[in-house]
Write a protein that binds this ligand. Structure first.
Ligand SMILES: CC(C)(COP(=O)(O)OP(=O)(O)OC[C@H]1O[C@@H](n2cnc3c(N)ncnc32)[C@H](O)[C@@H]1OP(=O)(O)O)[C@@H](O)C(=O)NCCC(=O)NCCS
Length: 187
């Protein structure tokens, strides 16, 4: 019998006041702006960043490559997709970080699925991606940014707070999970 688990999530927001702080990358990394040809690469970095993370329980699509490809396509083909806030970070051996932006009905900028592959965390890439997306929103006149984050995701919550995001709302996402006694038992 499945169990229902409730994941606590914060909606965080930040007013955007241009000129926006620059987003610098450590040596050896570079920015790649949005292009439709990059959809599969964003999806792969999303998968590498999230599939072993708790958020892959909260959003099942993050647990599989196919799910990440579908999610990336869904983001890209929304009419309110914001290329200016959508970036990859690469190094010579491949892509290591991703962020995407969408606009809501108020014209506010929603940060989607910021992810850095595990081997490249703690180098400043996550913060740089966030700043790059915020600068992208500001460059197209977006007055305010928002995002949702799982409350137990300390690295992400700390990063968003340090950039100035504040929690405005708490949400609970109900997720059906297999009962622990049935996992691996073929039941
Ligand atoms: C969250 C994530 C994007 C951070 O990327 P990162 O490149 O490691 O982050 P940075 O090196 O730029 O660090 C930025 C800030 O994040 C916080 N942070 C990063 N790693 C941390 C850790 N292990 N513990 C606590 N805080 C941490 C710190 O505030 C840090 O600032 P500081 O270095 O000045 O202390 C990355 O951990 C990740 O991809 N996690 C899995 C996916 C995810 O949770 N995405 C966010 C969904 S809302």
């Amino acid at each position: 019998m499945p169990i229902i688990k409730y994941f606590k999530r914060h909606r965080m927001e930040l007013p955007l006041r241009p000129p926006h702080a620059t987003a610098d990358l450590p040596a050896g990394f570079r920015w790649v702006a949005w292009d439709d040809a990059l959809m599969a690469l964003h999806a792969e970095v999303k998968y590498q960043s999230f599939h072993q993370h708790e958020d892959a329980l909260v959003f099942a699509s993050l647990a599989t490559r196919a799910g990440c490809r579908d999610l990336m396509a869904a983001i890209r083909w929304r009419p309110n997709f914001c290329p200016a806030a959508t970036w990859l970070v690469t190094r010579p051996d491949g892509a290591v970080g991703t962020i995407q932006g969408l606009l809501d009905k108020n014209g506010y900028g929603g940060i989607q699925n910021l992810g850095v592959v595990p081997a490249c965390r703690g180098l400043g890439l996550g913060r740089a991606l966030l700043m790059k997306a915020l600068a992208g929103f500001a460059s197209v006149g977006v007055p305010r940014a928002f995002l949702e984050v799982t409350a137990t995701n300390d690295p992400a919550v700390r990063m968003y707070r340090s950039v100035g995001f504040r929690a405005y709302k708490t949400l609970y996402r109900a997720v059906e999970l297999p009962h622990p006694d049935t996992v691996g038992a073929g039941l």
